[in-house]
Design a protein around this ligand. Sequence first.
Ligand SMILES: [Zn+2]
Length: 356
Amino acid sequence: MTLANNTLSTALRRTIPVLAAAVMGMSAVTTDAIADATPAKQIFGKVKLPSNAAPSPIGFYAKGCMAGAVAIPTDGPTWQAMRLSRNRRWGNPAMINLLETFSQDAVKLGWGSGILIGDISQPRGGPMITGHASHQIGLDADIWFTPKPAQPLSVQQREDMPFTSMLDKSKFLTVSNQRWTPTHAKLVMQAASYPQVERVFVNPAIKKKLCDTWTGDRSLLGKVRPVYGHDEHFHIRMHCPPGTKTCKAQAAVAAGDGCDKSLAWWFTKEPWATPKKDPNAKPVKPKFTTLADLPKACTAVLAAPANSEAAATYGTAYSATPTADAPSVEAVVNSSAEQVETDDMTAPVPTPRPLN
Ligand SMILES: [Zn+2]
């Protein structure tokens, strides 16, 4: 057994009684679990199924968790989920709905036979052992810059297929004109066009390309945000669904198309310089997010009873042979003890765009 495993099992041994207490409504959550230094990603990364509860994003995109997640089916008419072994195709129902709509719109604008979906969230959200800082509350999803091929990819192909960067790596921060096409631009802008989408993250070179070439509605360009990476996939972030009080909204993007000095900064040396080290500084142990750093409700989410994968897979209509008695996610949601605004969460509700 590795040291990491040892630490994890110790943490879980200590945590589980505390979690049970949390479920029973006792307020003993402040003891061992809080004092425990186990990174929360180790705990959330081991959970295989979502909680059986009303769908609820809890906390912030980069510091939170999710109750009552639903999974997008691995295969749909206009999408395939990738890297299935990661078990990160879980999200808020609003996200799963959006991806379905987006996949259909992608086909309409010429993006192959649909979209390849990367990571959404873990079954109960939370921090991940590998990869992302965000994607913790079921409202972030990665889409490959590779269209779904007409011939469906096998499970193994979905594990092994390499990412394709949109950058010309022989140059500094430059989109490859061999790989990038006007359809790529349309795809990103389509994602930005939905009112329930809050931000779309792309590489700064891609943002610049859009700034230089986009002739459609420029008002949506402001939602497209430059960030490190994101050259072989882009990232869709949704607003907190209306009425979800436990979800912490992000500050609105600034007005304008963002093709300004905030973009120009990425083309200076500053974002790429290695941080200067203070020779006198004491070495600091890396500090990982622990359960204590997350909203308290996340401890209860971890302890809550699991929903089954079948019951929590959204859109049973897409299975090859739909069974009449398969419980729909709506049924699961409606049978939940907690009151939830199901209508609001399943239908795309326009959210007014902030003025600044
Ligand atoms: Zn992402």
